[in-house]
Every structure is written in structure tokens, then in C-alpha cells.
Design a protein around this ligand. Structure first.
Ligand SMILES: NC(=O)c1ccc[n+]([C@@H]2O[C@H](COP(=O)([O-])OP(=O)(O)OC[C@H]3O[C@@H](n4cnc5c(N)ncnc54)[C@H](O)[C@@H]3O)[C@@H](O)[C@H]2O)c1
Length: 253
């Protein structure tokens, strides 16, 4: 869930999972994204079995209920779910957080955090024993990142949701984790004011002196989604070429 185009982190994970032998299902939230998702699904099908593609706007409970029914009717069980979904109004990804509107706050929280709870609520019947759920977060949840604003609050809530879900689903053998990715040039990220400077700063200062790639994230995702990660749940795994370890750097160092 969350492929918008071939820049998407979810697409990077899909390609890696496909290569590792996973049978995938894609979802899309609206007609304009559907076209691109179907084209990408065909790319992975490569003349073989087509990848099923279903509608699912995570803001609509009805669509999640329908998705569960359709998956059941089509005989699909889920070994894993990748939730790579977030949204906030562009106006609220700049300036001071105190300017956030109530509607904008609720929208960001609904799409970027509540949706993970809703996915678990409605797709629970489709999960196999030892299924693995993965969401995507960013360091702006625990540290102040200019312009990230309401999305930082939503990601903090999302990370808390991961822990609560991990505790709830753990007894059934179902794991819930997050990857905290470094900044990657995607459609969603471009909504953050001055994102290009964030990329430049990351590249110049991260311990590995390079940007995080969606392939970096996909590698960690395969660990968390597969039996390689069988003992890991409730975790927020940093995949950011080391940026999260840095403290304040005095000028000139
Ligand atoms: N790109 C980064 O720098 C970065 C860093 C850390 C975490 N993340 C997180 O990774 C995740 C994926 O984002 P991305 O950077 O790949 O960007 P992206 O724009 O490719 O993906 C965001 C996806 O959210 C989907 N979406 C938005 N509203 C939706 C709705 N109501 N229902 C269903 N889907 C909806 C969009 O269709 C899109 O596919 C997000 O949670 C994002 O916050 C991104």
C-alpha cells in the first residue's frame, strides 16, 4: 500500500520482495494513481501471473471493508503488509507548527497514523500466522526538523501505534515494525518546503556521506517482512546512512 510511481519507497520494497519470490498485491487510493500502479504491476508480472491491483483509500472504512471481502473472495491471505502511506497539506509543511489548522492536523493524523490502525482492524482476518506488518516513519518524529511540522507529530503517533499494535498482535505471532528512512526524493517528500536542502544537508553530514536509497530501505524491509526478522516486533529501525546518531555539530567541524 503506497506505490505512487517508480520513485516510491513502496515500489522499491515491491521490487525487492518480488525478486525474493513474494507474490504481491498492490492497492491505490484513486483513479489518477491507479493508472501508474497498474503500469508498475505489469512491469513485475513480466508476462507471467498478473499482480492483483485493488482500490483502497485508507480514509474510507468502507474501502478497507471491501478490500478484505474482495481478498477473501479471490482466495488471498496476507503474509505481510507494507503500509507506506502519509499525507499532509503542503501549506502545513512550511513555517511554524502553530499555524497548523485543525482540519490539516486531523487529515495528517488520519492518513498517516490512524490508517495503520484501520488496516490492522479490517485486514486482520486476512493475515496468516506469523504475518509481518511494516510502516514507514522519519526522524522528524523525535527531533525537530524544519518544515516537517504536523507530519512529525503524526509520525510520533505512528511509532507509538506500532508499539501498541505489536503488543496486541504479538500473542498471535504477528509482528509490527517501522523503518525510519532518511530523506528520499519522492512525490510525498517534495511536499515538504525546502526538501532539496534537506537532501543536500543529509548527503553532506550523514556518517556514510550519501543519501539513503529506496534500495537501502528495501533491504531492511525484506529482513523485517520475512522470517529473518522472526524475533523483532515493535521496533523502529533506522535506515538513514547513519544520520540519526549525530548530535549538534559546532560550526567548522
Ligand atoms: N521520502 C522520504 O524522504 C521519506 C522518509 C521517511 C519516511 N517516509 C515515509 O514513507 C512513506 C511512503 O512515502 P514516499 O516517500 O515513498 O512517497 P510517495 O508519494 O511515493 O508515497 C506516499 C503514498 O501515500 C499514498 N496515499 C496518500 N493518501 C492516501 C490515502 N488516503 N489512501 C491510500 N494511500 C494514500 C499515495 O498515493 C502515495 O502512494 C510515507 O509514510 C512517508 O512519510 C518517506
Amino acid at each position: 500500500m503506497g506505490i505512487a510511481n517508480d520513485w516510491s519507497i513502496a515500489w522499491g520494497i515491491a521490487e525487492a520482495a518480488h525478486k525474493a519470490g513474494a507474490k504481491l498485491i498492490f492497492t491505490y487510493p484513486n483513479a489518477s494513481v491507479e493508472k501508474r500502479v497498474r503500469a508498475l504491476a505489469e512491469k513485475l508480472a513480466d508476462g507471467g501471473t498478473p499482480i492483483p491491483v485493488y482500490p483502497c483509500d485508507v480514509q474510507a472504512d468502507s474501502q478497507l471493508i471491501t478490500l478484505n471481502s474482495v481478498l477473501e473472495a479471490d482466495g488471498h491471505q496476507l503474509d505481510f503488509i507494507v503500509h507506506a502511506i502519509a499525507f499532509a497539506n503542503k501549506d502545513e509543511l512550511k513555517g511554524g507548527i502553530s499555524q497548523t489548522s485543525r482540519e490539516g492536523f486531523n487529515l495528517a493524523m488520519d492518513v498517516s497514523c490512524y490508517s495503520l490502525l484501520a488496516v490492522m482492524k479490517y485486514l486482520k482476518p486476512r493475515l496468516t500466522q506469523s504475518a509481518s506488518i511494516l510502516t514507514l516513519t522519519y526522524e522528524g518524529s523525535i527531533k525537530v526538523v524544519p518544515n516537517y511540522n504536523v507530519m512529525g507529530v503524526a509520525k510520533a503517533a505512528l511509532e507509538a501505534a506500532v508499539r501498541y499494535l505489536a503488543a496486541e498482535f504479538g500473542p498471535q505471532g504477528i509482528r509490527v515494525n517501522a523503518i525510519s528512512a532518511g530523506p528520499i526524493n519522492t512525490l510525498a517528500a517534495r511536499g515538504i518546503s525546502d526538501f532539496t536542502n534537506m537532501l543536500k544537508h543529509h548527503e553532506a553530514t550523514a556518517p556514510m556521506r550519501r543519501l539513503t536509497t529506496k534500495e537501502d530501505v528495501a533491504g531492511a524491509a525484506l529482513y523485517l517482512l520475512s522470517s529473518l526478522g522472526s524475533g523483532t516486533t515493535g521496533e523502529v529501525l533506522n535506515v538513514d546512512t547513519g544520520a540519526h546518531i549525530l548530535g549538534p555539530t559546532p560550526a567548522g567541524m
